[in-house]
Design a protein around this ligand. Structure first.
Ligand code: IPE
Ligand code: IPE
Ligand code: MG
Length: 278
């Protein structure tokens, strides 16, 4: 709705033909629920999600683990829609870790092929919703066809600026820091960088995605209370939120619940305020 539409008597204006904004095309919650009315300052700018519990969810229903991954696709799209609705600026999803190569060849093969088809199937919606896809991870071992697909999604959505979706694929926090260290040493040896000038900002510049914001809210579903090597550097001061729901049962209302909990946290970043009453 344009601002002018309040003036019902005015002649139809050009506003009627304005392009639809992303928020007008993000699908609403299936029962029409709205995001909580949080003060914009209290909305986490960057939310990271460890989408965990797919396999256990499926096995508990007598289904193979892969069925849990399949159902997880719609959870992911619902959470993305809910994040856009709430005004989150950056959402990072852990889709495949550098440790997940330890799984059976059949599950790894499924996850690679499935990720590729999710990207192919969902990029049009992400484009319409104003979401910019950004791959975060390392290249070695990642299937070439998956890399090609995520690069295609990046290209198609490159002009979007409502929310960044970091697709963390073949991502590991320690690998990211080791890769950054290697690149830093390379630049020091070639004279492009002085060792004495290396600061936290320098390290940030050598991460897979140097423009990534610090994570404000780190969510893990599936009942485990660990971070499993996700965004170690960027989550150094994140607020942690653990949900017992397996990822296939999570949805945007659960994301909103986590964001409401976040809004009540007091973030001190090492500082302190003396509140002694006089
Ligand atoms: C997370 O669910 C999805 C990926 C790791 C790709 P899991 O597959 O880890 O499911 P659980 O934790 O074994 O239930
Ligand atoms: C973390 O979940 C990785 C992803 C969600 C992609 P895992 O299921 O692999 O983590 P662990 O094995 O419980 O630590
Ligand atoms: Mg798991």
């Amino acid at each position: 709705m344009s601002e002018n539409s309040e003036n019902k008597d005015s002649a139809p204006s050009n506003d009627a033909v304005l392009e639809r904004r992303p928020l007008d095309v993000v699908p609403l919650h299936r029962e029409g629920l709205n995001p909580p009315a949080l003060n914009p300052d209290a909305v986490p700018a960057h939310v990271a999600c460890v989408m965990d519990g797919n396999g256990r969810w499926a096995n508990a229903r007598g289904l193979p683990r892969t069925e849990g991954h399949r159902v997880g696709e719609s959870t992911m799209m619902d959470v993305i829609a809910g994040a856009v609705e709430l005004g989150v600026k950056e959402l990072s999803v852990y889709a495949f870790s550098t440790e997940n190569w330890k799984r059976s060849p059949a599950e790894v093969r499924f996850l690679m092929g499935f990720t590729r088809s999710v990207l192919r199937a969902q990029t049009d919606d992400l484009l319409a919703w104003g979401v910019r896809v950004n791959w975060v991870g390392r290249e070695p071992r990642l299937w070439k066809s998956v890399l090609k697909e995520v690069r295609r999604s990046e290209r198609i959505t490159a002009g979007n600026d409502t929310m960044v979706l970091n697709m963390c694929l073949n991502y590991g926090g320690r690998a990211e820091i080791a890769d950054a260290a290697r690149a830093i040493v390379h630049d020091v040896e070639s004279g492009r960088l002085r060792a004495s000038s290396i600061s936290e900002k320098t390290v940030q510049r050598y991460l897979y995605s140097p423009n990534m914001r610090d994570v404000d809210l780190f969510i893990r579903t599936g009942g485990e209370q660990r971070t499993s090597n996700f965004l170690m550097w960027s989550s150094a001061y994140a607020e942690l939120y653990f949900s017992d729901l397996p990822w296939p049962e999570f949805d945007r209302t659960e994301l909103w619940r986590a964001c409401e909990a976040y809004a009540h946290r007091e973030r001190r970043f090492g500082g302190a305020v003396d509140r002694v009453s006089s």
